[in-house]
Design a protein around this ligand. Structure first.
Ligand code: PMP
Length: 469
């Protein structure tokens, strides 16, 4: 420990200190309120009263570790599986997306007695050693590189990938043929495939939406060589992609193992692996001290109730559709918007140097996000392999009104940054704008505390949003 705070920060060089939040709005230590288009974890809205009450009540009634019969566990597992195909009826409750994916890998390997894993290029599946090994986003940039048991197939990106100008059906077939080449090469080398491990709407590769017939073809290929199919729904579960509860449903496939995490507890750390009885029987014993604790189950149950009561899946579809249409208009208007894509409330703008080259415009994307934050008090983030994909993954209570104000904010920022190309001031900032490399010293972190104590300078107006109570 060298006295520095290691932080994964948004909005370097002017990070935010958030002190409270409600619904889809967050307030910083200066009293400024922001429209939150980032917090997919807070699925049903910040501090949803029903979720808070469920956690509080359970915390005051009973908190145990595994080993006791627990009504809230039974109820929650029953409710969660009611949203899944009948064959997926065994649930393991764990504490993070990484833990869920690690267990999924163990299940796939013990069921097949094979070791090898097929993943998308630039995928990310978690922070445990086993998962870094199967996450090209991580291992490609580390000295140890790719392990022999990992087989990387192209992500079916129909905007920037090699098969872009075909019809969706033809592109799907070509991407599956590429996957087949990789898998067959592995088999020839006497490797044995335990599983395909992918997101179905591929958020971590830049919100890639594969063509509709892609996964049925790919799942067939993997099953033919003795592997099982794992759907990583850590980002996309519980209706995020609109209309369907799970992203895999859009593709008409049924995975053998599903993992999820982020949205389950509305910010309370909980995650799950759901699989078939047959696959679970190969695992043997499994223990998790905190997995499925009564508070997690009560909170998780409240989240599922709110999704249903407030019709959030239907809302994500409707609001997402409006937003996507609005973003399409921005694409027509602005040369630097190469592509807009996504489903439900999982959307992205691909910021490019020009429409013809489709080359990622990394600094420009960062500058647009910065402008939207500063001028419109609206929070977005940049992701993807080229660090140029502006992603929109707000709490699911995001409204049509929010969609309209976000579009206006983006339009104005794009006009300022894209047409006039006014981003050189930020590009030259000594800290840079790289989110993942952000390291703040304790001194810098303490500066935010001081600002709070001495009170805000009246330099930024308080923004008010119409639908905050
Ligand atoms: N899978 C995917 C697709 C993810 O996006 C993440 C986190 N960003 C994880 C797994 C890991 O989840 P966690 O950070 O909760 O361990």
């Amino acid at each position: 420990m060298d006295g520095r705070g290691m932080c994964n920060q948004h909005f370097i060089p002017s990070p935010l200190k958030i002190v409270r939040a409600q619904k889809q709005y967050m307030t910083d230590n200066m009293g400024v309120q922001y429209l939150d288009c980032v917090s997919n974890v807070v699925h049903v809205g910040h501090c949803h009263p029903q979720v808070v009450a469920a956690g509080k009540n359970q915390m005051a009634t009973l908190v145990t570790a595994q080993g006791f019969i627990n009504d809230s566990l039974t109820k929650y597992v029953k409710e969660l599986t009611s949203h899944l195909p009948d064959t997926l009826n065994v649930v393991y409750l764990v504490n993070s997306g990484s833990e869920a994916n690690d267990l999924a890998l163990r299940l796939a390997r013990s069921h097949t007695s094979h070791k090898d894993v097929v993943v998308f290029d630039e995928a990310y599946h978690g922070n445990l050693g086993n998962l870094i090994d199967i996450s090209p986003k991580m291992f490609k940039r580390m000295p140890q590189g790719k392990k022999d048991f990992v087989h990387v197939i192209p992500c079916p990106d129909t905007y920037r990938g090699p098969h872009r100008d075909d019809s969706p059906g033809a592109a799907a077939e070509k991407y599956v043929m590429e996957a087949e080449r990789v898998v067959m090469q592995a088999i020839q080398n006497n490797r044995k495939i335990s599983c395909l491990f992918t997101e179905c709407v591929v958020v971590n590769c830049g919100v890639i939406v594969p063509p509709r017939n892609y996964f049925s073809l790919l799942y067939n290929l993997i099953r033919e060589v003795g592997g099982v199919c794992v759907a990583d729904e850590v980002q996309t579960a519980l209706g995020r992609t609109g209309e369907c509860f799970w992203a895999f449903e859009h593709y008409g496939v049924v995975p053998d193992i599903v993992t999820t995490g982020k949205p389950l507890g509305n910010g309370y750390p909980m995650a799950a692996v759901i699989t078939t009885r047959e696959i679970s029987e190969s695992l043997g014993e499994y223990y998790s001290t905190f997995g499925g604790n009564p508070v997690a189950c009560a909170v998780g149950m409240a989240v599922l109730d709110v999704i249903e009561n407030e019709k959030l899946v239907q809302s994500a579809k409707a609001v997402g559709k409006t937003l996507l249409e609005n973003l399409q208009l921005l694409k027509t208007k602005h040369e630097c918007v190469g592509d807009v894509r996504g489903m439900g409330l999982c959307l992205a703008l691909d910021i490019v140097q020009d429409k013809a080259s489709r080359k990622p415009a990394r600094e420009l994307a960062q500058t647009i996000v910065h402008r939207v934050k500063e001028d419109h008090h609206t929070l977005l983030q940049v992701q993807g392999p080229g660090h140029n994909i502006i992603t929109i993954t707000p709490p699911m209570c995001f409204t049509q009104l929010n969609a309209r104000s976000l579009t206006t904010a983006l339009d104005e920022a794009l006009t300022a940054c894209c047409l006039r190309n006014q981003h050189s001031d930020l590009m030259s900032h000594p800290l840079g704008l790289e989110r993942n490399q952000a390291v703040l010293s304790l001194e810098e972190l303490e500066r935010f505390d001081e600002e709070e104590v001495t009170g805000p300078e009246p330099k930024r107006p308080r923004t008010s949003y119409d639908d905050v109570d």
